[in-house]
Design a protein around this ligand. Structure first.
Ligand code: NAD
Length: 353
């Protein structure tokens, strides 16, 4: 089996081109016998490739993972898991597919091996968001963190350009909020900056040379660092706004994070000046929010919530939902502050316009 990295959380992590084809060795290492592969419908070919790589260990493919982990899909997958007597799942895909693997691990003891194909970072955390009757709730349990993560740079090399950029900004948002988290530590600060530095260097490179596997691996190392701090410290305004926009307005996950990040950062820039100073230094300039907005704009990231389908008259409802339950943020959260932020993000204006 390949050289692996064993992390403090007990997670086994490996980075290697083509490692998805060696998934059987990781199944054998945890002594699992019957593997159900999980994917979305869009990635069922990749799911089937994984089934073939597993040979006789595979007991099938469940290719119905969707965004926000609806409980009814989990129930269907669980019934399937029981019917084939699986003792292991391999989730091959983005945060939606890995989320389904976690939702199954919550309900039934099993081994979970994640093969990520985006930069969202769910594979690094013990967190699960689930949707039931239109309401998204989040829980955390150490047993939800997949035991093994196989980062195969060939899988992110096929991400379309926009998904590459938005998914990377999604990962970076975990690190930026970790830097000003109330429960941050020297270790989480170091890991957050490691993740941001990896994306700052490698993301422009992979946008111009999508199949550079070394640079793609560097972005995956950034993902691991950013995803791990997401699981270590509390998030604030940025994640609250994205949760509201995704959960209640159906906006797409990665694009929403990409648009909100510079605005949430700018909004906290004064209150968290010391914590965010390294972000401004890394991305250039004195204002971390503007520096991130310029970085995103240079990479042609989406900049306006209106382009994702949010109506201008939805803003007031977002303000209400995002301010109704108090939560900690470096700058106290007010309706006026959130409204001003959302109006700029809706129009695609720079954060300090
Ligand atoms: P996703 O998993 O929903 O994928 C989006 C679409 O892109 C899907 O159709 C998928 O099949 C496709 N796709 C994925 N990888 C691809 C590739 N390499 N090439 C081509 N198409 C590909 O998107 P996501 O942004 O990775 O995940 C979002 C979900 O993950 C949300 O539900 C979010 O809440 C959750 N999430 C959870 C955590 C956590 O810690 N619990 C962390 C981050 C995200």
């Amino acid at each position: 089996m390949r050289d692996t990295e064993k992390h403090g959380s007990g997670q086994t992590v490996v980075y290697a081109p083509g490692v998805r084809r060696e998934v059987a060795a990781f199944v054998d290492a945890v002594d699992a016998k019957r593997v159900l592969v999980l994917s979305t419908a869009q990635q069922s070919d990749l799911g089937m490739e994984c089934v073939e790589a597993l040979g006789t260990r595979a007991v099938g493919l469940f290719a119905k993972a969707v965004m926000h982990t609806p409980v009814e899909v989990t129930q269907e997958a669980l019934a399937h898991l029981h019917s084939v007597a699986a003792d292991c799942v391999v989730s091959v895909g983005g945060g939606s597919t890995i989320g389904l693997g976690k939702a199954l691990a919550l309900r039934h003891p099993l081994h979970h091996i994640a093969v990520p194909t985006t930069y969202a970072g769910s594979e690094c955390t013990p967190i699960l968001g689930q949707t039931e009757e239109g309401k998204k709730t989040t829980l955390s349990d150490p047993k939800l963190r997949p035991a093994s993560v196989l980062y195969d740079p060939e899988l992110v090399a096929t991400l379309p350009r926009e998904m590459t950029v938005t998914s990377a900004l999604n990962a970076m948002a975990h690190a930026v909020e970790a830097l000003y988290a109330r429960d941050r530590t020297a270790l989480s600060d170091a890991m957050a900056m490691e993740g941001l530095t990896a994306f700052h260097t490698a993301l422009p490179h992979v946008v111009h040379t999508p199949d550079d596997l070394q640079a793609r691996e560097d972005t995956q190392r950034g993902t691991w660092a950013c995803g791990t701090v997401l699981g270590q410290v509390g998030m604030a305004l940025h994640h609250k706004l994205c949760h509201t926009l995704g959960g209640s307005f159906g906006l797409p996950h990665a694009q929403t994070h990409a648009i909100i990040l510079p605005h949430a950062t700018a909004s906290n820039a004064k209150a968290a000046a010391t914590a965010l100073a390294p972000v401004a230094r890394l991305f250039g300039g004195s204002d971390p929010g503007q520096a991130l907005w310029d970085f995103a704009a240079r990479l042609d990231a989406p900049l306006a919530l209106r382009d994702l389908g949010l109506q201008k008259n939805d803003i007031e409802r977002v303000v209400t939902l995002a301010t109704q339950n108090p939560y900690w943020n470096p700058r106290p959260v007010t309706a006026d502050g959130v409204r001003a932020l959302l109006e700029r993000a809706w129009a695609g204006a720079p954060p300090n316009a």
